[in-house]
Ligand binder design. Structure first.
Ligand SMILES: Cc1cc2nc3c(=O)[nH]c(=O)nc-3n(C[C@H](O)[C@H](O)[C@H](O)COP(=O)(O)OP(=O)(O)OC[C@H]3O[C@@H](n4cnc5c(N)ncnc54)[C@H](O)[C@@H]3O)c2cc1C
Length: 458
């Protein structure tokens, strides 16, 4: 048994930063990672998918080159081996940098093994067990594989195995029409695959407002993605030339035949094989570790950060968890998870930038809501770029004048949305932005104009 001041389990988006901070305060820290340093974001999530999205965008723009007066002779081809090599190099750069930083850091010992609790203070590492009074769990999650007849008989893909693909699937069936499914769906269509997205809800990304779902469907269908809505995938079977997904649906064919299947139906936390019972750490019925507003578990001295606590499902929420815990533990701060404003992006092209409330959430809040909207066809920057799909919508509290939320679907909106996010954090009235001079030509320059023309939400 080796004694440490702190143990960090998992090297996702919260653990390493916390380990460096604790070590910088002179604490001896054990970090345990069972697989790839950097976790989901670096290896099989954000970084590789956004690298692949960039390749898909290049292919799309090459196909559209003539619209811009650029002549490309011959067919546009996509070299999937080269696409993967590019993605792998970007991922390796990030992972290797983090690995060597952890290995070389003073006061940090990196264990490469599966962590399992032996008691509330002791953890197995695959090598000698370790002991500490402070333990931070950052074990993240993995793709949820639904139990469906035939699933084990077909070579299905999930976000991790998708990263190994260096060929073009003839016809990719994407089960799940939410964030992960839409990004992969559009990307592979642009690489040249036939793509069918199967979604059991009546619309894509069903947590978003209906017009956002409809606009995204339009974007995808215009590029030739087949979208099957209200269709629940119930079983799979192998066919000579590929895979068949059988659907429970009232409209359309009861099956889709393709060459490959990607399961993008949600995530589950990596808490089932952590020995949490030996530590007495409580989980909810879905396996997420129960935490309070400062990310403390029910066991004193044990915290849970990142996707495994069910309080966020993004890299930035995991990183914010680190900031909350570090501030409260080391700087006598009083930061809370509930202080943060919901914010995320969907990296389709065009991207969706989201902050705060949707229209349906604003309606439910019972406030007097004002709305400002503008289609991207009336945004100069979008017209100049030839990327006019989507729209901007900003919601304002008619009484406090604070911004409640925004849905920005359009070119550059994953970046532009931060102007609104920061104003919400500042709790400033919308009139501050309405009177600000913004830079031309940008997407953000329209925010003051939109805020100057607010109407009651009907
Ligand atoms: C395809 C895809 C695309 C995504 N794109 C985005 C995006 O664009 N933006 C965004 O914000 N988010 C995105 N996400 C979500 C993001 O990747 C996660 O929210 C983020 O990685 C969560 O980090 P985490 O710190 O909770 O844990 P993770 O990054 O999942 O890391 C957990 C680590 O713990 C290790 N571990 C687990 N159990 C043990 C154990 N018992 N012992 C030792 N080690 C263990 C794992 O091996 C892993 O390395 C995406 C996710 C996917 C799947």
């Amino acid at each position: 048994m080796t004694d440490f001041d702190a143990i960090v389990i998992g090297t996702g988006q919260a653990g390493p930063s916390l380990a460096f901070r604790l070590a910088s305060k002179g604490m001896k820290v054990a970090v345990i990672e069972r697989h790839l340093v950097g976790g989901t974001c670096v290896n099989t999530g954000c970084t590789p998918t956004k690298a692949l999205v960039a390749s898909a965008y290049a292919a799309q723009m090459a196909r559209r080159a003539a619209e811009y007066g650029v002549a490309i002779a011959g067919e546009i081809g996509v070299d999937m081996k080269r696409v993967k090599e590019r993605k792998d190099a970007i991922v390796a750069g990030s992972r290797d940098g983090l690995t060597s930083a952890l290995e070389s850091a003073e006061n940090i010992t990196l264990y490469r093994g599966h962590a399992r609790f032996r008691s509330p203070r002791e953890v197995e590492t695959g090598a000698a067990p370790v002991r500490a009074d402070l333990i931070f769990i950052n074990v993240g999650g993995r793709a949820r594989i639904p139990e469906m007849p035939g699933i084990d008989g077909v070579p299905y893909l999930a976000n991790s195995s998708m990263m190994e693909i260096d060929f073009l699937p003839r016809h990719l069936i994407v089960v799940g029409g939410s964030y992960v499914g839409l990004e992969f769906g559009q990307m592979y269509r642009r690489f040249g695959s036939e793509v069918t997205i199967v979604e059991m809800e009546r619309r894509l990304v069903h947590r978003e407002d209906e017009d956002v779902s409809a606009a995204l469907r339009d974007v995808l269908e215009r590029e030739g993605v087949n979208v099957r809505l209200g269709a629940e995938c119930v079983s799979f079977a192998k066919r000579d030339d590929g895979i068949v997904a059988r659907l429970d649906c009232t409209e359309g064919a009861p099956e889709v035949a393709g060459s490959h299947v990607l399961l993008a139906v949600g995530r589950r936390p990596n808490t089932d094989d952590l020995g949490l019972g030996h530590a007495g750490v409580k989980c909810d019925e879905r396996g997420y570790i129960v935490v309070d507003d400062e990310l403390r578990t029910n066991v004193p001295g044990i915290w849970a950060l990142g996707d495994c606590n069910g309080r966020g499902a993004f890299t930035h929420t995991a990183y914010n968890d680190f900031e909350v815990v570090a501030a409260n533990l080391l700087e006598r701060g009083r930061r809370r998870v509930s202080d943060r404003v919901a914010a995320y992006a969907l990296y389709t092209d065009p991207p969706l930038g989201r902050v705060g409330m949707s229209v349906s959430e604003a309606r439910k809040s019972g406030r007097r809501v004002l709305v400002g909207e503008r289609p991207m066809t009336r945004v100069a920057r979008a017209i100049e770029k030839g990327e006019t799909q989507g729209f901007i919508r900003i919601l304002v509290d008619g009484d406090s004048k604070e911004i409640l939320g925004a849905s920005l679907l359009g070119t550059g909106c994953d970046e532009a949305v931060h102007a609104i996010l920061d104003l919400i954090y500042a709790k400033a009235p919308y009139t501050v932005m309405q009177r600000a001079m913004h830079i031309h030509p940008t997407v953000s320059e329209m925010f003051p104009t939109i805020l100057g023309d607010l109407k009651p939400l009907d």
